[in-house]
Design a protein around this ligand. Structure first.
Ligand code: URA
Ligand code: SF4
Length: 209
C-alpha cells in the first residue's frame, strides 16, 4: 500500500522543463505510478504564452508517453486551429500525470482521479506554470479547474469569462474535450464543439491583448 504524499518532495532544486520532466519520471507521491505505464509530462515550448491543462493522460497517452495524442487531443488540436491557435505554440499538460484506469475485458477504462491524487500531483503542474509563465491559462474540465482555480469553480457556469488566479495574468475554465466526444448525439456534439471553440477564441483574444 502506497500512502499519498505530495510531489513537492520530488521537485528538482532548480526548475527547468527538462529537470522537471526527468524528476517526474520517478515520482511515487501517489499510488497511480503503479498502474500507469509512465509519467506523462507536459509538452510544448517554455516560451508558450498559452498553457492548457487537462485531467490526466488517457489510454493512448499512457502508452506513448505524450499528452493529448488520443481522440480528445485530436479534437483539441482541431478546435485550437479553428480559434486561430497553433498547437505547436502552446504548452499542453495535465492536472494528474499518470493514467488512472480500471480493466473491463481487454480494455482499460478511464477513472477520475480522486482529490488526494489531484493534490499530490499539483506541484508538477504548478512548477510547469512557474517555468513557462504563460500569459493565459486554460483549464479543461472540472479536475484541472478545481485543482488550479479553486474548489468552487463550475466549468459550465464559469466558462466564457476570465477567472481570478495567481497562476497567470488571465485564466479561463472550460469543458474537457472528452466531454464533447461523449455528447449524446451528433447535434449535441456539434453545439458543444462550437461552444468550446468560442471559449478558445476568448483565450486567443487574451493572448493578443
Ligand atoms: N485527456 C486529458 O485530460 N489529457 C490528455 O493528455 C489526454 C486526454
Ligand atoms: Fe506522482 Fe502525479 Fe504520478 Fe501520482 S499521478 S505518482 S503524484 S506523477
Amino acid at each position: 500500500m502506497t500512502t499519498t504524499g505530495t510531489a513537492a518532495e520530488y521537485l528538482p532544486p532548480r526548475l527547468s522543463l527538462k529537470a522537471l520532466q526527468e524528476a517526474a519520471r520517478t515520482c511515487r507521491a501517489c499510488p497511480l505510478w503503479r498502474t500507469g505505464t509512465q509519467t506523462v509530462f507536459g509538452e510544448g515550448p517554455a516560451s508558450a504564452r498559452l498553457l492548457l491543462v487537462g485531467e490526466q493522460p488517457g489510454d493512448k497517452e499512457d502508452e506513448i508517453g505524450r499528452p493529448f495524442v488520443g481522440p480528445a487531443g485530436q479534437l483539441l488540436e482541431d478546435a485550437l486551429g479553428e480559434a486561430g491557435i497553433d498547437r505547436a505554440d502552446t504548452f499542453l499538460t495535465n492536472a494528474v500525470k499518470h493514467f488512472k484506469w480500471t480493466p473491463r475485458g481487454k480494455r482499460r477504462i478511464h477513472q477520475k482521479p480522486n482529490a488526494s491524487e489531484v493534490a499530490a500531483c499539483r506541484p508538477w503542474v504548478v512548477a510547469e506554470l512557474e517555468v513557462v509563465q504563460p500569459r493565459v491559462l486554460v483549464c479543461l474540465g472540472a479536475t484541472a479547474a478545481q485543482s488550479l482555480l479553486g474548489r468552487g469553480v463550475r466549468v459550465t457556469r464559469d466558462r466564457g469569462r476570465p477567472l481570478e488566479s495567481s497562476l497567470a495574468p488571465v485564466a479561463f475554465a472550460t469543458v474537457h474535450p472528452s466531454s464533447i466526444l461523449r455528447a449524446p448525439d451528433a447535434g449535441a456534439r456539434r453545439r458543444e464543439r462550437a461552444l468550446f471553440v468560442d471559449d478558445l477564441r476568448l483565450a486567443a483574444a487574451a493572448l493578443a491583448d
